[in-house]
Write a protein that binds this ligand. Structure first.
Ligand code: 3HC
Length: 293
């Protein structure tokens, strides 16, 4: 029996990426249930989505009515048990393998549809490790979105040796036909296509700062004006989050043992100091109040 079209979506985590994915799903007409562990994180996640919807309206991408409709389609919970009827779940929490495997084991017990898509937005953890935390690894897949999710049109789809064709086709149809994203497929290798290329570049820029090769501003200016990138590598590191860049680098280093993936000491010290980039108010640059982030 063919699987039903996906209309009930669950998102785990309402940080930068989870909030963005929840927003695009709600804007595309899905019923969206968002999980956060505490009341404070739920409130912060809801505020993040509302700010982005407002930004969509003020930049002319969304009408007031569409913003209202998207808001009505979003609900929040702190109980994973509420995800039983979901046809697609996208996990978008921190890059911590132990926490993610626990979530997948729990989702596997809770979600009833045998062809439900259990997706991770991980940037670099091999999807197979998450699949093997479940009894039905054929439902587990990578769906990797890009920040800011409402703006960037790509989803990397990562199937494992165990993912079923039905699940991967269902995930691709949702990303492409419902969300209007472009899909590329990647093998289940740490970093997938984009981060395997992007992260060594970001780490190289951090090493340049560390060695006094050039200033933060000049490195960024060079790549914006010299290569027409929308933002330079250090501003982009701030946008992605220094902790996230470190976590991706660690995963890729563990997988390939290549020095180019090894996070430089300056990045480690900044993460230890809580200078995580835009989300914490300070990274390579300083940011204003939360509403401006
Ligand atoms: N909803 C809908 N549209 C929105 C929006 C929202 N919430 N916010 C902004 N937009 C639209 C704007 O309307 C504008 O559209 P237009 O070009 O048609 O007018 C466009 O997005 C750009 O917005 P702004 O003009 O406000 O901002 P900038 O021009 O300064 O661009 C940026 C900001 C989009 C962040 C751009 O600098 C950029 O694309 N930077 C690169 C980001 C990038 O590389 N991300 C990937 C990171 S890697 C990753 O995520 C993977 C992870 O695993 C690490």
């Amino acid at each position: 029996m063919a699987s039903e079209k996906i209309s009930r979506v669950g998102i785990i985590g309402a940080g930068q990426m989870g909030a963005g994915i929840a927003e695009v799903c709600a804007r595309a007409g899905s019923d969206v249930l968002v999980y956060e562990s505490t009341r404070e994180l739920t409130a912060a996640g809801r505020a993040r989505i509302l700010r982005s919807l407002d930004r969509g309206v003020s930049s002319g991408k969304l009408t007031e009515r569409e913003r209202e409709q998207a808001t009505w389609r979003l609900r929040f919970t702190s109980d994973l048990g509420d995800f039983a009827d979901r046809q697609l779940v996208v996990e978008a929490i921190i890059e911590d393998e132990a926490v993610k495997t626990e979530i997948f084991a729990e989702l596997d017990r809770v979600v009833t549809d045998p062809n439900a898509v259990l997706a991770s937005n991980t940037s670099s953890i091999p999807i197979m490790k998450l699949g093997m935390a479940t009894e039905k690894a054929e439902r587990v897949i990578g769906m990797h979105f890009f920040n800011p999710v409402p703006v960037l049109p790509l989803v990397e789809l990562v199937t494992t040796l165990m993912t079923s064709t039905e699940v991967s086709e269902r995930a691709e149809a949702f990303a492409h036909d419902v969300l209007g994203k472009q899909v590329v497929r990647s093998a289940d290798r740490s970093g997938f296509v984009v981060n395997a290329l992007l992260v060594p570049y970001l780490l190289s820029a951090v090493r340049m700062v560390e060695s006094g090769f050039a200033t933060v501003e000049d490195i960024d200016k060079a790549m914006v004006l010299g290569c027409a990138h929308p933002m330079g590598p250090l501003k982009l590191t701030d946008l992605v989050g220094l902790d996230t860049v470190k976590a991706i680098a660690d995963s890729m280093y563990e997988e390939f043992k290549e020095p180019l993936y090894s996070p430089p000491p300056l990045l480690l010290r900044m993460v230890e100091a809580g200078r995580l980039g835009k989300k914490s108010g300070r990274g390579f640059y300083q940011y204003g109040d939360v509403a401006a982030r």
